[in-house]
Design a protein around this ligand. Sequence first.
Ligand code: PMP
Length: 444
Amino acid sequence: MSVVDVSSVNAFIPGEVELEESQLRLIEQRDRLLGPAYRLMYQKPLHFVRGDGVWLYDPDGRAYLDTYNNVVSLGHCHPDVVEAITRQVATLCTNTRYLHETILELAESLLSTVESSDLTHMMLTGSGSEANDLAYRIAKVRTGGTGVIITETAYHGITDAVSKFSPTLGEGVPLGEHVRCVRAPAAYRYGPNTAERFQSDVEAAIADLKRHGIQPAMLIVDTLFTSDGILPEEPGFLKGAAGAIRKAGGLFVADEVQPGFGRTGETMWGFQRHGVDPDIVTLGKPMGNGQPIAGLLTRHDVVEEFGRSSRYFNTFAGNAVSCAAAAAVLKVIKRDRIMGNSRDVGAYLLGKIEGLRERHECLGNVRGAGLFVGADIVTDRETQASDRARTTRVVNAMRENGVLISACGEDHNILKIRPPLIFSKENVDLFVNVLDNALGTSNV
Ligand code: PMP
């Protein structure tokens, strides 16, 4: 064991921790080989060698309950996805400049989930960031504008264009002059009338853009407001804001990288909870259950001019192996009634966490949709004052006890609970036990 200062590599708690020699070696190697931009999670970083369903295993065989994974959202190493990838990679892996059935089967299957809208085209990218980058390019061509409206603690990705509208990348990554932030639609913080307030905030942002000679291109929101603190209530509140941006000549873009693919339980997509029809829907993370694939859905009229003026080719996006993975994901979601599980186990999880409020004063507002729950850690329930330090202690205490979660929100005081969609009630019981313990021991 060595005591080391992990400030430069740890995203959550800087300071000194005791680490085993083998871990220390890996951290030093990362530093040397990968350079200074990467961050690890948890005060004591984790090293995994294997995953299976909701479990991750370290080199000593210790199992950790993964309650923080919306990438392999059907569980680690899902057999159907493994089989689809293996079969395809052993047969053919080409790009979108050749005819191939798998991408078309995927498009048909994906577009059938938005049948009630006019979204008729799918375009593929390699990451959620690229999907939002492409959405922005399309929006600029379609609208003739450049202005972007986002929420105050939004995250939409890392390309040069997208980082300019991703405030959570930090002060070192400046927002663009064409970007305006509005308050997150947090009913529990700002009181009722979320829809009206959000709409009028968006209208004010549109007016401000125009006053500066900037035509709005798009309002883009994560439809579950993940990095703003997970804000599901009340469904429907996006309608007015979407109407306002359209009236101003811009597009409404639903970023479904987090809430999409059944996580919210009642609907396949977060925007469907709000009864709005976006002009563009961007997709990512869970789409290939770990295989890199992302993309967007849009209407013909939105992409028509873009398609005429620019050819689109993206080397890895749309390759047959990734398409096979994504097609398998959609098949499993349907066949195994994954959304029903997300809804039922999610309601059970939410109820259990709410139940802990009786025993723990530090647990403030708790909210969620399907298998996505946000829980505030506060110093005072009345004022809802954030307790970032305690939140960090809770997250790390849970990790010590074999359960993985993280924190989000402007003040990093919101427990972000986002298990794979195959989570069971038994998994919830274990999770809640460990959370109960961590909350109980989180006094300094
Ligand atoms: N949008 C949202 C809402 C996200 O949460 C993320 C990733 N955390 C992205 C876009 C970017 O996706 P990627 O990391 O695949 O580029």
